[in-house]
Design a protein around this ligand. Sequence first.
Ligand code: FAD
Length: 286
Amino acid sequence: MYLNELFSMKNCVFSIEVFPPKKNVASLNTLYPKLKELAALSPDFISVTYGAGGNVADDSTCQIAAYIKRELGIESLAHLTCVNSEKEQIQDTLQQLRQNGIENVLALRGDINPNLPRKTDYRYASELASVVHESGFNVVGACYPEGHVESDSLRQDVENLHYKIEAGVTHLITQLFFDNGVFYRFLNLARKAGVSVPIEAGVMPIVSKTQVERTVALSSASLPSEFTKMISKYDHDEQGLFDAGIDYAIRQIRDLIEGGTDGIHLYAMNRPMVARKVYEGIKDLL
Ligand code: FAD
């Protein structure tokens, strides 16, 4: 099923993102039970990242996306980046995805890794999106409520979304954010600029100190005072931070759904328990 069909069927689309475990088959087998737990939450689709952090990817994205679709009966969205790939490699990957019954691809440029020579067959995600679309897939794209780091301004970044849409992107998923005001401002700007495709809001529950140190510190997302107070308050209280982080994500998502968002994309970091707790707090609105 093409994912764009979901938006006319659902009040709010609910999706979950997972990432391939680090290398080897054994670790893939540790992911599968987690995927089963995530599937029990009946997400509309599960997306699978590809070579995140600028690393060269292998075929695990395709394997996992195929497992989700074939074994769990949940629609899957395979991420695909072009920053480290030549045309031939992209064609090979698309063929592999097609052979595995995958119909939806999130076309991304990918993060530039300063330690890898950048491939130049595709400069922007829109150039990849065009090829993916012409190959018969439904194409999804990324967007940034606070503007992409390389963009001069949020306005320019929003204008650049038109390239993706002209290339065939049927819906967008946002980068994570912690301040809903930032999302509403972006949405307003995007709609005024004529970006009319559905936009899913990306939310990541922050439930541990490691996540605060890694994800929050590295993300360029602005942090509302309520969020920073929560982090300080539970600096030495692991369980307290877990509970407060879940509660924050639930309140953030409930506000987004009540505010009319097209969809929620949950960055659940391969933690079914976190996804389940958040889901329990929002399921009455989905
Ligand atoms: P682009 O759309 O190409 O944008 C990159 C920059 O170029 C932006 O500043 C944009 O404004 C500008 N731009 C775009 N088109 C033009 C144009 N025609 N002319 C001039 N400027 C232009 N990374 C991974 O490695 N693997 C993943 O699985 C992954 N999943 C992600 C999922 C989501 C939902 C999001 C939001 C991001 C994800 N990323 C992933 C990160 C992403 O690859 C990086 O943020 C990357 O730096 C930009 O990718 P993009 O597809 O948005 O690029």
